[in-house]
Write a protein that binds this ligand. Structure first.
Ligand code: NI
Length: 168
């Protein structure tokens, strides 16, 4: 396993649209293991393959306190959602230190493949629903800050540039 580099906003590669995984094989299972290790090391609660510059539809999430309940979604699709929407504060490993409110569907039903390549469906609400929608946006090339005002986006780009200068 390996800890992978996470792309940081406004890296244009974060806007790449991910392709479906053709076959869940050892290559994909290794990618998932590396993504999980990267998420835990960060630490974070979710990571999309897009963020490690792999443009395939793979997401990992772990909301457990013990960090021992890894959820894997390959080729996820939202097949149903509530009319109700909810605002929640979001952050992102690709936009470190930035948290802001985003409106999402309150409840979703997602269909995806697991690590064995089998299809499953999951109903999610609360933080899990938020997290799945946030990570699925990454697979479409969308970062959560794109929901914010242009002024906020411009300020965030400024903060990220400052972080880069400090790291240099
Ligand atoms: Ni994110």
């Amino acid at each position: 396993m390996a800890v992978l580099d996470i792309l940081r906003y406004p890296d244009t590669r974060l806007h790449t649209v991910a392709k479906p995984v053709a076959q869940v094989d050892e290559r994909v299972r290794t990618l998932v293991a590396d993504m999980a290790q990267t998420m835990y090391a960060a630490p974070g609660i979710g990571l999309a393959a897009t963020q490690v510059n792999v443009h395939e539809q793979v997401i990992v999430i772990d909301l457990s306190d013990a960090r021992d309940h890894l959820r894997v979604f390959i080729n996820p699709e939202i097949i149903a959602h509530s009319e109700e929407r909810a605002d929640g504060e979001e952050g992102c490993l690709s936009v470190p230190g930035i948290y802001d409110e985003v409106e999402r569907f309150a409840r979703i039903t997602v269909r995806a493949l697991n690590l064995d390549g089998q299809s499953f469906e999951l109903e999610a609400s609360g933080l899990l629903a938020v997290c799945i929608q946030h990570e699925m946006d990454h697979l479409k090339g969308k970062v959560f800050v794109q929901y914010l005002s242009r002024l906020k986006q411009s300020r965030i780009r400024g903060k990220m540039a400052k972080l880069d200068r400090q790291a240099a």
